[in-house]
Design a protein around this ligand. Structure first.
Ligand SMILES: *Cc1c(COP(=O)(O)O)cnc(C)c1O
Length: 422
């Protein structure tokens, strides 16, 4: 028992729960922060004790590619944040995503995925087709579109909560209900909302992905990813669980298979150093997001009013097609916004003139980052595909940071006012 192990009052707030998540287990000597365990192997006093760990008869560490006490502690924090049954952490969000798809799918399976996805996820799913998995890209803001793609071999539906850069909001509630009825896995990427803004389990998500590199850790200084099993799916009916993992309670089967087939065999493990950084950053997730989302909302309103801006994409605006749903489901409207600069003005000239804003990709840093879309992230796919995704040549994406609002709004307003037509 840890020296810190007093039983704490039952706390219900998001931050109270996550910062005290490990109080009762604790670590030897009473460190207040989980220590960074950098050992790769873990030793046992007897061969029999080591055998018991390998055979799953006893819990314990074996090798850092599967877990360390530091990554276990982060898993417990994420699990608390997502109200999950169990969580695994990986070296990046993409490692978590690819691990989950590879561990749970086989050639001949079919998946339904949102057309509005993080670019690298989109690219990965296109590669997955080469492995014999059929992928249908649908408009996930319309539940009927998702349902129309159903086949006999459909195994899962995958969506993001708020997509970037267009900020489309998937029809989470209707898709969740339908997946439950069809006995399909509902797999949700909660990265842009974070567990503070949204709990996907409430719309019956079975598995939840978070890129820990974004709002979760928040400081733009570490990569990581996680997958959480919410306990909403009955794995005993899922045909792709290997015989070796069909033991004991079916609750654990999927995460065991993902851990063994992906983390152990494919190796996208998170280091203890990174796990420590992520846990430290996560302690202020709610505080950072309150500020970033409030800044984003004010900036969206300022931009929408400005004559040199043609259109603003932000779920917090009444003009957003899913504003009503977003108000109902999310605590805030997020820190990401995009806008189309009016034709006849240069995106580069505008961004070069906003000194406070850093020209960089990435989301969820404490600093405001911005970049034009058509000439950077979506350059490779060409004009035709950009048009299909609703990405105009004038679109700028902003990941709004936690700067003081007056400074941020002033910087944008000043540069827009100075901006001259081409
Ligand atoms: C960034 C991101 C990912 C990938 O996460 P990494 O940690 O950068 O690998 C996945 N999904 C979404 C929605 C993202 O924004």
């Amino acid at each position: 028992m840890s020296k810190l192990g007093k039983t704490i009052e039952s706390v219900t707030g998001f931050t109270s729960r996550i910062i005290h998540h490990d109080r009762e287990e604790g670590f030897a000597d009473g460190p207040v922060h989980a220590p960074i365990y950098n050992s790769v192997p873990y030793g046992y006093a007897t061969t029999e004790a080591l055998e018991a760990v390998f055979q799953g008869k006893a819990t314990g560490q074996s090798y850092a590619r599967q877990s360390t006490p530091t990554t276990d502690s982060l898993q417990s924090m994420i699990n608390q944040a997502e109200d999950g049954l169990g969580t695994l952490v990986f070296a990046s969000g993409m490692a978590a995503l690819t691990a989950t798809f590879f561990a749970l799918l086989k050639a001949g399976d079919h998946v339904i995925v949102s057309r509005y996805l993080f670019g690298n996820t989109h690219s990965f799913l296109a590669s997955l087709c080469e492995f014999g998995v059929e992928v249908s890209f649908v408009d996930a803001t319309i539940a009927d579109d998702v349902q129309a793609a159903l086949q006999d071999n459909t195994r899962l539906v995958f969506v993001e909560t708020i997509a970037n850069p267009g900020t489309q909001v998937a029809d989470l509630e209707a898709i969740g209900l339908w997946c439950e009825k069809q006995k399909l896995i509902f797999f949700v990427d909660n990265t842009i909302t974070s567990p503070y803004m949204f709990n996907p389990k409430r719309v019956k998500a079975s598995l939840v992905i978070n890129s820990l590199s974004k709002y979760f850790s928040g400081h733009g200084n570490v990569l990581g990813g996680s997958v959480t099993d919410t306990g909403m799916y009955d794995w005993s009916i899922f045909p792709n669980i290997f015989e070796a993992y069909r033991k004991g309670s079916a609750d654990k089967w999927a995460l065991t298979q993902i851990k063994k087939k992906s983390l152990r065999d494919m190796g996208g493990a998170l280091s203890s150093d990174s796990a420590y950084q992520i846990a430290l950053g996560a302690e202020t997730m709610a505080l950072r997001m309150d500020r970033a989302c409030s800044n984003a909302r004010q900036l969206a309103e300022l931009l929408e009013e400005h004559s040199k801006v043609e259109r603003v994409y932000y779920p917090g605006l009444k003009s957003h097609p899913q504003h009503t749903q977003a108000s109902k489901w999310f605590r805030h409207f997020g820190g990401i916004l995009s806008f189309d600069l009016a034709r006849g003005y240069s995106c580069a000239t505008l961004l070069n003139d906003i000194g406070l804003v850093i020209n960089a990709t990435h989301l969820g840093d404490n600093r405001t980052l911005a970049l034009p879309m058509a000439t950077t992230i979506f350059f490779e796919m060409g004009a035709k595909n950009r048009a299909a995704l609703g990405i105009s040549d004038q679109m700028i994406r902003c990941s709004v940071g936690i700067e003081d609002p007056d400074d941020l709004l002033g910087a944008f307003a000043g540069a827009l006012d100075r901006l001259a037509a081409l």
